[in-house]
Design a protein around this ligand. Structure first.
Ligand code: FES
Ligand SMILES: [Fe+2]
Length: 408
């Protein structure tokens, strides 16, 4: 028998760690606070170094805290990031998602900047801006706003808006140790990039990467890997700062009808066909499977709008045959048009449609000794989220009432 409205609104009879209030996915006030307390203070993955192969190559990056950034390779080979905001009168400097610019020139009054953020051109400077001893403003005062940037963990470019933040290594900790030899021995290269905007909350997509109970969503998983010996015994390994290794195993591709061994184009130190999936807080996944490293990013644009990005990588040193195998495997199985992601999309889109219009609590209560169908991965994520936000995800309106956000 279904529940009445009153029953539906009751907190579930579970520990507060085992469910979240649906408002964490829908409330504008909570989203604004996430920008401040999480995104503006955390190392965020902006792109991969191979997307900036030459000096003065740049990419623009929509940072989840709301700021648009320029990520650019300097002539000294260093990768740096800056606010995509002109220090003169606040115009956007670069509009293209990517390009090469020896001088990044603002169209408004033609101030220009180099890849180190210096202001290197300022029309009629002497006529209007003093440059003598008594001058109160110099070119040094007119540079771009720099953002902390580190390249690592497979050559990814991480940025942090907080000038006081600790190093990237402190944030990642041991989370990527399982795959570090594979991804950090030789330079990697992005060979496929896919991006889409989905009407859902970024955490909902990250949640699907944190739990495998949704194997039942995936036709191929039901028919293949769920039948593999040891599948249900795999353990989720939690790490500090909300990261987790949510599943690693050897995959027997040859056991699948039409399958074959996939190790010909692997990664350094790899024997056989291991598969590892590591989730990084607050919205990244490293998914290393035989011939392809796929790294996913969820970039929120609002409580119910998310950019999802998929980068698939191989080795920069790939032969033509190795690369074509990776491309084929990515297209057929691992990539956005492959085996599983279209089914994940149906589920998170369905959540994005229903949760703002009637959901009250979302359950993360399944316990199975931290093995693969245990929902402990989500509980681990929301423990970190609750710590950063200063309130439990199961009761998130404790302090927001003063700001006017509330369930309507
Ligand atoms: S606003 Fe950019 S040069 Fe004036
Ligand atoms: Fe999935």
């Amino acid at each position: 028998m279904g529940r009445t409205a009153n029953e539906w609104a009751q907190k579930p009879p579970l520990p507060e760690t085992h469910y979240v209030d649906s408002l964490v996915y829908t409330d504008e006030g909570i989203f604004e606070e996430e920008k401040e307390r999480i995104f503006a203070k955390t190392w965020m993955l902006a792109c991969h170094e191979s997307e900036l192969p030459e000096p003065n190559d740049y990419r623009t990056y929509q940072h989840p805290a709301g700021v648009n950034l320029i990520v650019v390779r300097g002539e000294d080979d260093g990768v740096r990031s800056f606010y995509n905001v002109c220090p003169h009168r606040g115009n956007t400097i670069l509009y293209s998602p990517s390009g090469n610019a020896k001088r990044m020139t603002c169209i408004f009054h033609a101030w220009s900047f180099d890849a180190q953020g210096n202001c290197v051109g300022l029309p009629r400077e002497k006529a209007g801006y003093c440059s003598g001893d008594d001058c109160s403003i110099t070119r040094k005062d007119l540079g771009l706003r720099a953002v902390k940037t580190q390249v690592g963990y497979g050559g990814f470019v991480y940025v942090n808006l907080d000038d006081e933040c600790g190093p990237l290594e402190d944030h990642i900790g041991p989370a990527l140790d399982t795959i570090i030899e594979q991804i950090d021995t030789e330079p990697l290269e992005v060979f496929s990039y896919h991006r889409a905007v989905v009407d859902t909350n970024y955490k909902l997509w990250h949640d699907t990467n944190s739990e495998f109970y949704h194997d039942y969503l995936h036709v191929h998983n039901r028919l293949t890997s769920m039948k593999q010996e040891g599948y249900f015994e795999r353990k989720m390994i939690p790490f500090p700062n909300g990261h987790a290794e949510v599943g690693s195993q050897e995959v027997h591709y040859e056991a699948y009808e039409g399958g074959k061994g996939r190790a010909e184009a692997g990664f350094p130190g790899v024997e056989g066909n291991p598969w590892s999936l590591i989730d990084l807080f607050p919205g990244y996944s490293y998914n290393l499977r035989a011939s392809v490293l796929r790294v996913d990013s969820q970039i929120p644009l609002g409580p119910n709008k998310t950019i999802v990005e998929y980068r698939s990588l191989g080795l920069k040193s790939d032969t033509e045959e190795q690369r074509s195998q990776r491309v084929k495997d990515n297209l057929v199985i691992w990539g956005p048009f492959g085996r599983n992601l279209h089914e994940d999309l149906l589920a998170v889109h369905g959540q994005g449609r229903a949760i703002p219009n009637g959901s009250r609590y979302v359950l993360h209560a399944r316990e199975e000794d931290s093995t693969i169908h245990d929902e402990v991965g989500m509980r681990h994520f929301y423990a970190e989220w609750s710590k950063r936000m200063g309130r439990p995800a199961g009761d998130p309106m404790q302090e927001l009432e003063a700001t006017g956000s509330a369930r309507t």
